[in-house]
Write a protein that binds this ligand. Sequence first.
Ligand SMILES: Cc1cc2nc3c(=O)[nH]c(=O)nc-3n(C[C@H](O)[C@H](O)[C@H](O)COP(=O)(O)OP(=O)(O)OC[C@H]3O[C@@H](n4cnc5c(N)ncnc54)[C@H](O)[C@@H]3O)c2cc1C
Length: 305
Amino acid sequence: MIPTPVRHRLEDLLGDRIRFDVPMARHTSLRVGGPADAVAAPADRAELGALLGLARECEVPHRILGRGFNVLVRDGGLDGIVVQLTRFRNLGERPGGLLRAESGVSHSQLTRFCVERGLAGLEFGSGIPGTIGGWLAMNAGIGVREAKDVVREVEVMAPSGSGIRHLGRDGLHFGYRALRGLAPGSAILSGLLAVRPSDPALVRDEVDRLLAKRAGSQPLDVPSCGSVFKNPRGDFAGRLIEAAGLKGARVGGAEISRRHANFIVNRGGATARDVLALVERAREAVEAASGIRLETEVRILGRPA
Ligand SMILES: Cc1cc2nc3c(=O)[nH]c(=O)nc-3n(C[C@H](O)[C@H](O)[C@H](O)COP(=O)(O)OP(=O)(O)OC[C@H]3O[C@@H](n4cnc5c(N)ncnc54)[C@H](O)[C@@H]3O)c2cc1C
């Protein structure tokens, strides 16, 4: 709960760019999750800095989210302020084969920009839903290509809201679906990405090929959070879950997708509890069958109901 005097100060600062008691089911692609105390979408960097400063002064916790394509919020909801940088949407070319993309740029916006201008190198990210902030924070990718392969610099605001740092490649510690080493609550503001000139038709062909491949293998017509588990070394979580006989397994409104066993889909009315029950069932079944203990890729947040 945010105390009323603090609520008023937050409203004074952000106006209608902050809302209170917001169901996270509205802000996550899996469409489950209890309420956050507040969800804020600051207009610009100055407002973000002031918001983080006020949150610190008033001892209200915050976390930065993108579009919620890789998070599972428990049914009890989230303490404090969820900050979304969805208004940070500048995108432009820089000299030397570079692009600067702000955190709120969506991956589809980035892909369109590259296709229109004939810029190659980022096609592998096409079809990964969400924002550039989420893509950098997750080191998202496909197969062996990940964000880290094309990132030259990440611009980060400190959790206190004061101080912006430009971290070059040496200062960035990417892991499997993770960017490590940033203080919790840091806000990624933008990334500098490497591109190379190409023929727009070639860039478009590669994007179309990857989108068609995705549409053929993933359940894109139902709410999900993408891959639930990380792939263990040398194997695929989806293959292991399928081999354990769990395709189509259901708890409440949650189902292990028949199309891709590493996806849990919301068939309607699922709760986080349903999804987490399936997560545990898959983990236990795979461990019993293969001895491999799967780790979640999806970020699980919040309080149980
Ligand atoms: C159908 C589907 C397919 C998918 N396919 C893929 C795929 O092929 N490859 C892949 O890697 N992922 C995939 N995903 C997962 C997801 O799309 C990516 O992880 C994406 O990058 C998440 O972006 P987001 O903006 O939604 O981030 P969110 O889910 O909102 O956040 C993810 C994490 O990043 C942090 N974060 C987000 N923005 C910021 C910021 N500005 N500053 C600091 N931290 C931040 C959050 O705190 C959170 O920990 C898929 C998901 C779905 C639903």
